[in-house]
Ligand binder design. Structure first.
Ligand code: CAA
Length: 287
C-alpha cells in the first residue's frame, strides 16, 4: 500500500461506487462506503459481495481474500463516518448540483485538511467541484471504468487549482496501491476516453433511431467486425442510458458541437425509464 493513503471513503454505492470500493478493499485499503439511507447501504454491500463472489467463481480471487476484502469494508448512511478518511472518492449520480452538494459537505466533514477529495465524474468540470470547497488544491478527478474490478484504467484529472502533490499522491495510489494504469487528462468535459467514446455511442443510437440497422446488427457489426468486447448499444445499456445522456449533455454544454448532442431517442428512453441493464431494458432486454 502507498504510504500516503490507508483510509478511503466512497460516496455512492451504485455500480461505480461499489466497484471502486471493491477494488480498494481488494487492495488492502480500509474503506467506508456512504449511501443515502440504510436500504441503499445494504444494496451497495450486496453489490460488492456479488461481485466478489463472481471473482471467486472465475478464479480471480481466493475465498479467503474475498472475505478479507469484505471485512475491510464498512457501509453507512452517515457522511460523518468519513471524517477520518485520507482520500474520499465521490461517485454519486452524474448531476452537477448533487455532486457540488457532496463536495461542500465533505469539505466540512473530512477533518484532515490535507485529505484529498476526488470525483469519479465522467464529464463535469473538476474545477467547479473544487470551488465548492475551501481546499481546491486537494480536489481532483479520479475517473474509473465500468466494470471497475475488470477494467485497468483510471483517468487522473487535475483542475487548474489542483496541487502537484495531490496529483502525485493519487497517481501513486492508483498505480501502486490499486495496481491500475493511470492516464492524465486536462479538466475538459469527457476527459480522454468519453470525449472519444460518447460520440461513437451517440452515432450508434442515431443509426438505430433512423432505422438504418437494428440494435442487434449494430452491436454484432462492431463485435465481429472490429473485435470490440461489446457493441455500442450494449455498452450504452451497461453504462446506463441516463448516464450516457448526462455525459452527452455535459459535452454538448462544453463544446457546442452537434456530434455531442443527445439524440431524441436517447432522451425518450431515459424519460420512459428504459435505462439499460439496471432497469432490465434499454436497447436490449435483460433478465
Ligand atoms: N472481479 C475480477 N474479475 C472479474 C470480475 C470481478 N468481479 N467479473 C468478471 N471478471 C473477469 C472474468 O474472470 C474475465 O476474465 P478472463 O477473460 O481473464 O477470464 C473477464 O473479467 C470478463 O468477464 P466475463 O467473462 O464474465 O464477461 P465477458 O467476457 O462477457 O466480459 C465485460 C464482460 C468485462 C463487461 C466486457 O464485455 C467488456 O470489457 N466490455 C466493455 C466494457 C467497457 O467498455 N467499459 C467502459 C465503459 S465507459 C465507462 O465506464 C466510463 C464512463 O464514464 C461512462
Amino acid at each position: 500500500m502507498s504510504a500516503g493513503v490507508a483510509r478511503v471513503g466512497v460516496v455512492g454505492g451504485g455500480q461505480m461506487g461499489a466497484g471502486i470500493a471493491e477494488v480498494c478493499a481488494r487492495s488492502g485499503v480500509d474503506t467506508v462506503v456512504c449511501e443515502v439511507d440504510a436500504v441503499a447501504a445494504r444494496a451497495a454491500r450486496d453489490r460488492v459481495a456479488a461481485s466478489l463472489d463472481r471473482a471467486v467463481r472465475r478464479g480471480k480471487l481466493s475465498r479467503e481474500a474475498s472475505e478479507a476484502a469484505l471485512a475491510r469494508l464498512v457501509f453507512t448512511s452517515g457522511l460523518d463516518d468519513l471524517a477520518d478518511r485520507q482520500l474520499v472518492v465521490e461517485a454519486v449520480v452524474e448531476n452537477r448540483d448533487a455532486k457540488t452538494e457532496v463536495f461542500a459537505a465533505l469539505d466540512k466533514i473530512v477533518e484532515d485538511p490535507a485529505a484529498v477529495l476526488a470525483t469519479n465524474t465522467s464529464s463535469l468540470p473538476v474545477m467547479r467541484l473544487g470551488m465548492a470547497t475551501a481546499r481546491a488544491d486537494r480536489v481532483i478527478g479520479l475517473h474509473f471504468f465500468n466494470p471497475v474490478p475488470v477494467l485497468p484504467l483510471v483517468e487522473v484529472v487535475p483542475s487548474l487549482h489542483t496541487s502537484a502533490g495531490t496529483t502525485a499522491l493519487v497517481e501513486d495510489f492508483v498505480v501502486r496501491t490499486l495496481g491500475k494504469k493511470a492516464v492524465r487528462s486536462q479538466d475538459r468535459a469527457g476527459f480522454v476516453v468519453n470525449a472519444l467514446l460518447v460520440p461513437y455511442l451517440l452515432s450508434a443510437v442515431r443509426m438505430a433511431e433512423s432505422g438504418f440497422a437494428t440494435a442487434e446488427d449494430i452491436d454484432t457489426g462492431m463485435k465481429l467486425g472490429c473485435a470490440h468486447p461489446m457493441g455500442p448499444l450494449e455498452l450504452a445499456d451497461l453504462i446506463g442510458l441516463d448516464t450516457v445522456a448526462s455525459i452527452a449533455e455535459s459535452l454538448y454544454d462544453e463544446f457546442r458541437e452537434s456530434l455531442y448532442a443527445p439524440p431524441p431517442l436517447l432522451q425518450r428512453m431515459v424519460e420512459a425509464g428504459l435505462l439499460g441493464r439496471k432497469t432490465g431494458k434499454g436497447f436490449h432486454t435483460y433478465d
